[in-house]
Write a protein that binds this ligand. Structure first.
Ligand code: ZN
Length: 274
């Protein structure tokens, strides 16, 4: 799940704030029973991470859980027929929350204090100039790695990476240093803008309709078969048009094209990591 999906989850979970945890279940090895009787106080997100703050009874210090949905994690609220054993299941008076295939850590509120909100693409504190400053250390990085680097683009994932690279018509293996530094602020902005579009589309249940290259067969502009290969340090599947996103040594001027109205047919996929 990418950053925008986490914000939607946060909005859904906020309806449980102020409610007591009545029952706890799940196969997490963390001390889940400590949550029984606690009141959910607040819900925070940073990038692809979710933080739940619980107030235990008798004025004990708060418990903060940190959840990362990894590649295939998901959640359900009031799942009528849970097909799998959840990692964690929390029963409140008004509903049940299920977290699946994710990593959950129990800890203290130090988690929240350590986060750099300026790199969180979905935070109101996101700071383009700070991100550009951090990019100075990443000149050698391939753009397909840079756009997945959570220390600069917290919340960006494989959909964002592929779609943004298409919007700027750059090959995924372009090194940051080949893009003129005067274009770096725009480079940060296009990722930020795409995340907010992602958020709006997902809320309207039409995210996939806007995929231009991610899990698509053909370039929506020239009909050329898209290249699909595992690239970069993270070896994540990358989709690109060999014609519109040819590899150039120098990028003279960064251009960002608007998202096309509707993409072609989607590749069948068993799992969705957005
Ligand atoms: Zn093309």
């Amino acid at each position: 799940m990418e950053g925008p999906s986490l914000v939607i989850l946060r909005e859904e979970l906020e309806s449980f704030c102020g409610q007591k945890v009545l029952k706890v279940a799940g196969n997490t090895k963390q001390p889940k029973e400590t949550l029984r009787g606690c009141v959910l106080q607040r819900v925070d997100t940073w990038g692809k991470q979710l933080f739940l703050t619980f107030a235990p009874p008798r004025s004990r210090p708060p418990i903060v859980t940190k959840t990362h949905f990894l590649m295939f994690g998901s959640y359900r609220i009031n799942d009528p027929r849970p097909a799998r054993v959840p990692r964690l299941q929390l029963t409140f008076k008004s509903g049940i929350v299920y977290f699946y295939a994710c990593s959950i850590q129990f800890g203290a509120d130090v988690y929240l204090g350590e986060l750099d909100r300026r790199v969180d693409l979905m935070s109101s504190l996101w700071d383009r100039d700070h991100v550009v400053h951090l990019m100075r250390r990443k000149g050698e990085a391939l753009l397909c790695d840079l756009f997945l680097d959570q220390s600069l683009f917290a919340g960006s994932g494989n959909i964002v990476k592929n779609e943004v690279l298409f919007n700027i018509r750059l090959h995924p293996s372009t090194r940051l240093m080949y893009v003129s530094t005067k274009d770096w602020p725009r480079l940060a902005e296009v990722v930020h803008e795409y995340c907010w579009n992602f958020f709006a589309w997902k809320k309207k249940f039409e995210l996939r309709k806007h995929w231009q290259v991610y899990r698509q067969w053909k370039c929506p502009l020239c009909n050329t078969k898209l290249v699909r290969e595992k690239l970069g340090r993270f070896l994540r599947t990358t989709f690109y048009c060999p014609k519109h996103q040819a590899l150039h040594k120098r990028i003279r001027r960064l251009r960002c094209f608007p998202v096309l109205p509707v993409a072609g047919s989607s590749l069948p996929e068993a799992r969705l990591d957005h």
